[in-house]
Design a protein around this ligand. Structure first.
Ligand code: C5P
Length: 222
């Protein structure tokens, strides 16, 4: 189905989740947090004792991932894991399993199913390059490592997790390297994507820019 899609890809902690969520709310669109699917797969693997390099075992599990998204909450096997999936260790595990092509393939249908009426805002690493190449507006949202570490630090402390800036900068740098250099669906701006650097920008400013870009794209397409 050709319901409009806005893709917002970018490195970890660039603020794309917050911006994508706000844009979706403003437009009354659905919202896909594709990173949550990789995090859920990692969390489920950890709980079931499946090794993070067992590609076939992980893919088999991901194909039938018992997950549910309800009003900003994420459920795994019926349990509310909204906070558990945000833990830094699960993010790191997610980025390790995300390099495995069979795991990525296993999650494709689940992601495409989010494209429904009246439209979708999808955030991740390969939304514009692989999953929704026909998106009406593609955005590559980024920020400096320091700005991203600072945002992630505040997020974690707010949720009651402990955090260290030094460890976060190291984690983010390693995850950027894994995400951008992997062979399967590496993180990079999609062709035609608008590059938005939010290092010195408020969330409101970023949201306005994306909404303007979308309004222009709609105008151009009609
Ligand atoms: O966006 P978030 O930090 O929640 O994603 C967790 C990890 O999942 C990322 O570091 C990335 O390796 C992986 N991911 C991915 N493709 C996506 C979304 C997330 O590889 N579309």
């Amino acid at each position: 189905m050709n319901f409009p899609v806005i893709t917002i890809d970018g490195p970890t902690a660039s603020g794309k989740g917050t911006v994508a969520h706000r844009v979706a709310k403003h437009l009354g669109f659905h919202y896909l947090d594709s990173g949550a699917l990789y995090r859920l797969t990692a969390l489920s693997a950890t709980r079931r004792g499946i090794a993070l390099d067992n590609e076939d075992g992980l893919a088999a599990m991901a194909r039938v991932l018992p997950c549910l998204f309800v009003k900003g909450h994420v459920f795994l096997d019926g349990e509310d894991v909204t906070d558990a999936v945000r833990a830094e260790a699960i993010g790191v595990a997610a980025s390790k399993i995300a390099v495995l092509p069979k795991v990525r393939q296993a999650l494709v249908d689940l992601q495409i199913a989010f494209r429904t009426t009246p439209g979708l805002v999808a955030d991740g690493r390969d939304m514009g390059t692989v999953i929704f190449p026909d998106a009406i507006q593609k955005v590559y949202l980024t920020a400096s490592v320091e700005a991203r570490a600072d945002r992630r630090y505040k997020q974690l402390i707010e949720k009651g997790f402990s955090a260290s800036m030094k460890d976060l900068v190291k984690d983010l740098t390693e995850r950027d390297a894994r995400d951008t250099t992997r062979a399967s669906a590496p993180l990079k701006p999609a062709p035609g994507a608008y590059i938005l650097d939010t290092s010195d920008m408020t969330v409101d400013e970023a949201v306005h820019i994306v909404l303007d870009l979308y309004a222009n794209a709609v105008k151009l397409s009609t």
